[in-house]
Design a protein around this ligand. Structure first.
Ligand SMILES: Cc1ncc(COP(=O)(O)O)c(C=O)c1O
Length: 390
């Protein structure tokens, strides 16, 4: 049972300790209430969560089995820098182990990159619509965040990003596929961008959803890294490996970059269960293939069903689809929540009628599409005063 967080709590007290100015610049993550709490409050039988791009199949059964059987020596500290996990990743990628750094999710590695390369007087370049941790990681270091708008089709405008570089730019954050658009950067575009990027500027290529992209069109990130030492690749175990709850991800980079990231790492951030789970998950290619196959099918279905509701969808290479509901996204979110379906409403002014929906399973999509159809009808039907309610 979830304890009521507010009961028996003592009143908040205020300290007078001055915080870094940068803290005020941070846009905090809005986590929402725990699902069980929402379910209890709304009296719902079940909730389908399609808001955080998790793997609906969960982790590999081999991971569950290992974690259940292995005592894991939880009273001892984890392996300091994930030796065996790094070794397994290095073997799989065919790179030296020294090029790999593990972290508590790839978000942790984004903070490490900012720690190493950004300080006041430097700049980080991001697109206006992207994963918010990039900008927050830069801001907390006191760096200036320069945003470059995605183009009208929500694709990266890499030429414009290039034009926005200054001699203060240290880091550029890119994601392929991007979140929340789902759109990929083509190999050709990335190659051209890296060719033009000054070697003193680090490009962080976030590949959180890389495994879901079509292998035919997919960029070969390791090949790119071979040619450009100012590139860092970020991978996560939170998506296709289904281990979001354990917090584990890794960076692949040139040796000086990975050595610097390791140097500023807080020791032992990646727990023993996370390291062991990552290791086993990497080996179970059958499970990742099954996850990708399910995602391909559900992504096609989701795009088709949204199209049938008359909504525009953006072509996605990830495990979610961005769609334009044509009415206020927050209003749709609230009404879908009451029907037990959680999707992600976009808050960006350019996207405030858009929802990001994780692909899920057939059963989850039956409920989500059913609920969305009802909600859209409700939002578009005239209220007694004659005005739409969306
Ligand atoms: C583009 C992108 N990068 C990174 C992450 C974070 O991954 P992790 O769980 O490894 O911190 C996410 C999570 O949603 C994401 O969408």
């Amino acid at each position: 049972m979830c304890p009521d967080r507010d009961s028996n709590s003592s009143p908040h007290v205020q300290s007078e300790v001055r915080q870094k100015l940068a803290v005020e610049m941070i846009c905090p993550y809005e986590p929402g209430k725990p699902i069980r709490e929402v379910q209890r409050e709304l009296g719902l039988q079940r909730i389908v969560k399609l808001a955080s791009n998790e793997n609906p199949l969960g982790p590999s059964p081999r991971v569950i089995d290992t974690l259940n059987r292995d005592p894991l020596e939880l009273h001892t500290y984890p392996d300091y820098d994930g030796w065996y996990l790094r070794q397994a990743i290095a073997r799989k990628l065919g790179t030296p182990m020294e090029s790999i750094v593990v972290g508590a999710g790839s978000s942790d590695l984004m903070r490490l990159i900012a720690d190493v390369y950004l300080d006041p007087g430097t700049e980080a370049l991001v697109s206006d619509i992207c994963f918010p941790v990039y900008a927050n990681a830069a801001r907390i270091e006191g760096a200036k965040v320069v945003t470059v708008p995605l183009d009208d089709e929500l694709r990266y405008d890499l030429e414009r990003m290039h034009d926005a570089l200054t001699d203060r730019t240290r880091v550029v954050f890119l994601a392929s596929p991007n979140n929340p658009t789902g759109l990929e950067i083509s190999g050709g575009e990335l190659n051209a961008f890296m060719e033009e990027l000054p070697p003193q500027v680090l490009c962080v290529l976030d590949l959180a959803y890389h495994e879901y992209t079509d292998p035919e069109r997919r960029v070969n990130p390791l090949e790119l890294l071979q040619r450009h030492a100012n590139l860092v690749l970020l991978h996560t175990f939170s998506k296709v490996y289904g281990l979001a709850g354990l917090r584990v991800g890794y960076a692949v980079a040139a040796e000086d970059v990975s050595a610097a990231l390791s140097r500023v790492r807080i020791p032992f951030t990646t727990s023993t269960p996370a390291q062991v789970a990552g290791l086993v998950a990497l080996e179970d290619t059958e499970h990742t293939e099954k996850s990708v196959t399910l995602n391909d099918a559900m992504r096609r279905r989701l795009a088709r069903d949204l199209g049938a509701l008359g909504l525009r969808t953006y072509p996605s290479g990830a495990n979610f689809v961005l769609t334009d509901a044509g009415v206020d996204a927050d209003a749709v979110f609230v009404r879908m929540l009451r029907r037990g379906v959680i999707v992600r409403p976009m808050r960006d002014p350019r996207l405030n009628t858009c929802l990001r929906i994780t692909t899920g399973t057939e059963e989850q999509l039956d409920l989500a599409i059913g609920a969305l159809g009802e909600v859209l009808a409700e939002c578009k039907s005239p209220t007694p005063s004659g005005r739409g309610s969306g």
